[in-house]
Design a protein around this ligand. Structure first.
Ligand code: SAM
Length: 349
């Protein structure tokens, strides 16, 4: 395919006609929490510092991606707010007119200080991960005593001017399924949309078992007992969350990646902090874009590498996992140590 024929309206598509629209950019593999479902180990192998892309390099790659159809960019990690001076990167990305949606996923611990600078730099949206409102439970699940900071951070985001704050909560059996209503009520008070996420068997979730997954059906059942009839919101979207509405008009989402994957409309790919490009959250191999970038490859050369990879894309990772007879962890610890790119916190959640 000749890249000059690719436009914003006519993005490149993969084998299953899925467009390249959505890019998640991990800006660091480091994190200041140790969530049991993501980073349960005591020690990790970190990416070498000299391999991390500079802001200029990230901006250059994002720019190239947007010329091929990407119009949604989400910064993630690790914990993206650990990357020093993140607002400077936001400022660069916000200048790109092809980026229609510039978002950030954060655990919120540092949002109290960073919300205003991020807003002023031009960030459009913030999603905060928050799985519990109970301090002791937070400490046990995230293995850090930071709930107060997260709640402050969410407040600061609202005060800074972010109107569309979202709250993402991973729900695990025997851990927090009794907080569905509390989290939804918290979101209501704040005017933030809450999205419940099924526990996923992604790389890094080394304690995962199907027994701990609370399915979308079960979540709807639990919520229905409190709120009565819940109706699905009819919409055509490539967003991972299926949305529902309560009788009082409150809208919430459920991301059922484990029991009802949405691979058929997945337009997402991921760039790690050291410039590896992954076409699926479950992919075991990525493509190194840092090496050609640093070797001085031209814009057209990098574009054609991206185009050839995307047009051959046939990844349906979550659907393939669902079809497995017996399902255990995706990558055992030894495999993660050998290739830390396979960790969710490196690939970019
Ligand atoms: N540190 C940031 C944060 O906490 O939002 C961004 C990175 S984090 C890896 C992104 C998202 O992935 C978080 O919402 C987290 O809850 C989710 N996540 C991590 N491991 C998961 C798992 N095993 N199942 C479902 N969601 C998971």
């Amino acid at each position: 395919m000749l890249t000059e024929y690719v436009t914003e309206e006519q993005p490149i598509t993969d084998i299953f006609s899925r467009p390249l629209r959505n890019l998640r950019v991990s800006v660091t593999d480091r994190c200041n929490l140790r969530c049991q479902y993501c980073m349960p180990e005591e020690e990790y192998v970190w990416l070498p510092r000299q391999d991390l892309l500079t802001f200029e390099e990230i901006n250059r790659l994002v720019d190239i991606f947007t010329e091929l159809g990407v119009n949604k960019v989400r910064m993630t990690g690790g914990e993206p707010l650990l990357r020093r001076d993140l607002p400077a990167l936001v400022k660069m990305l916000a200048r790109n007119p092809r980026v229609k949606d510039l978002a950030l996923t954060t655990n919120g611990v540092l949002l109290g200080e960073e919300a205003k600078p991020l807003y002023d730099a031009g960030l459009h949206r913030v999603t905060v991960s928050l799985d519990t409102l109970r301090p002791q439970r937070f400490k046990a699940l995230m293995r850090r005593d930071s709930l107060g900071k997260v709640l402050n951070g969410i407040k600061a985001a609202r005060e800074a001017g972010f109107e569309r704050v979202k709250i993402d909560a991973v729900i695990m059996r025997g851990v927090n399924e009794d907080e569905l209503v509390d989290l939804l009520e918290y979101g209501k008070r704040l005017g933030a949309e809450v999205r419940f996420i099924e526990y996923m068997d992604v790389g890094g979730a080394t304690r995962w078992s199907m027994d701990n997954v609370v399915s979308r059906a079960e979540m709807l059942d639990l919520l229905g007992r409190q709120y009565g009839r819940i109706k699905p919101v009819t919409e055509v979207s490539s967003a991972p969350a299926e949305r529902f509405v309560l009788q009082d008009g409150t809208v919430f989402g459920i991301i059922a990646s484990t029991t009802a994957p949405f691979c058929s409309t997945c337009d997402r790919s991921r760039l790690t902090a050291d410039g590896m490009w992954y076409l699926c959250l479950y992919a075991l191999n990525g493509m190194d874009l840092r090496t050609p970038l640093r070797a001085g490859a031209s814009r057209e050369e990098i574009k054609s590498v991206i185009v050839s990879r995307w047009t051959e894309r046939r990844d349906r990772g979550a659907e393939e996992r669902l079809q497995l007879g017996s399902r255990g962890v995706l990558v055992p610890i030894e495999g993660l140590k050998k290739d830390p790119h396979l960790e969710m916190h490196t690939k970019g959640g």
